[in-house]
Design a protein around this ligand. Structure first.
Ligand code: MF3
Ligand code: CO
Ligand code: CO
Length: 274
């Protein structure tokens, strides 16, 4: 039997959806809200704070702003954030364990407002970063932005992964292959898979009106991942550090629009001096 949500949502068609001007308006609003929520967290992330507390701040912020968390209730997930600390690649579950000096953490939030999804993550640091960790975090941001810079009509999805892999490998880091970016809009996870390890000149052609995420995960060591027995937490097999950033973007007539840009310019929270 279909539930109410199924009746209201478009189906996954196997094709990459093309959105119109109204879609861009919807995504701007959702993207802005999730970016503002991320800005709100910047002064809150420090040694001693628990990831559970950060999750509570996000849950309240989202509800107070007339939005919903897309992750609460998603395939049985129960939190408004994924918080992935140190060797956790992604889908880290908020916990009562406090962050300690030098920890790095990806905070990933997805909101729904007026039916549109804003999916965004940034790397945060508790206190001062060690050199190796800072290099990983900075190269991961550079890789995401270089991937996004490839996007314009006529280019191909593989060009995004091509640029990301080039930067990762040049810095002797690896690109995680077990998790991808994804189409999004009224659906959280839609066609296509955005493969961050792809090669230039492969994959479908980019067309105006396509919406998707670019969310590369880079590792200091090997690319291989394991899932912990909780069924969610993905960790590096060699227990070395992993980092990720994520933007939601749309292909425009002549380039790309990033929906999740920080209004405060706090693109990399660990560089912000408050
Ligand atoms: N926000 C994640 C993504 O980028 C998905 C998290 S699903 C959850 O696609 F259930 F783990 F929260
Ligand atoms: Co995503
Ligand atoms: Co996300």
């Amino acid at each position: 039997m279909m539930n109410d949500t199924a009746l209201l949502l478009p189906m996954r068609t196997g094709e990459i959806r093309i959105h119109d001007a109204e879609g861009f308006e919807g995504m701007r609003k959702a993207g802005r809200l999730v970016a503002e929520c991320m800005d709100m967290l910047v002064p809150e992330v420090k040694p001693g704070v628990t990831t559970e507390h950060l999750d509570t701040l996000v849950r309240e912020y989202v509800l107070d702003h007339g939005a919903q968390s897309a992750t609460i209730g998603y395939r049985g997930y129960r939190h408004a954030t994924c918080i992935s600390v140190n060797h956790v690649i992604c889908h880290g579950i908020p916990s009562p364990k406090p962050l300690k000096e030098g920890d790095i953490a990806n905070i990933d939030i997805t909101v729904i407002i007026d039916g549109w999804h804003g999916d965004h993550s940034r790397m945060f640091a508790a206190g001062e970063l060690k050199r190796k960790a800072e290099r990983l975090v900075d190269v991961t941001y550079e890789a995401m932005m270089a991937g996004i810079a490839q996007i314009r009509p006529g280019r191909r999805f593989g060009d995004i992964g091509g640029a990301i892999s080039e930067i990762a490998h040049k810095n002797r880091m690896s690109v995680v292959e077990d998790f991808c970016g994804h189409g999004l809009g009224k659906l959280f996870h839609d066609e296509p898979n955005v493969v961050h390890s792809a090669a230039y000149n492969t994959g479908p052609e980019l067309k105006p009106g396509m919406f998707f995420t670019v969310e590369p995960m880079l590792n200091l060591g090997r690319k291989d991942a394991n899932i912990l027995p909780d069924g969610w937490t993905a960790v590096t097999r060699d227990r070395q550090l992993s980092a990720q950033y994520e933007h939601s973007v749309g292909v425009t007539e002549d380039g790309v629009e990033i929906f999740t840009t920080s209004p405060k310019g706090w693109h990399q929270p660990h560089k912000v001096k408050l």
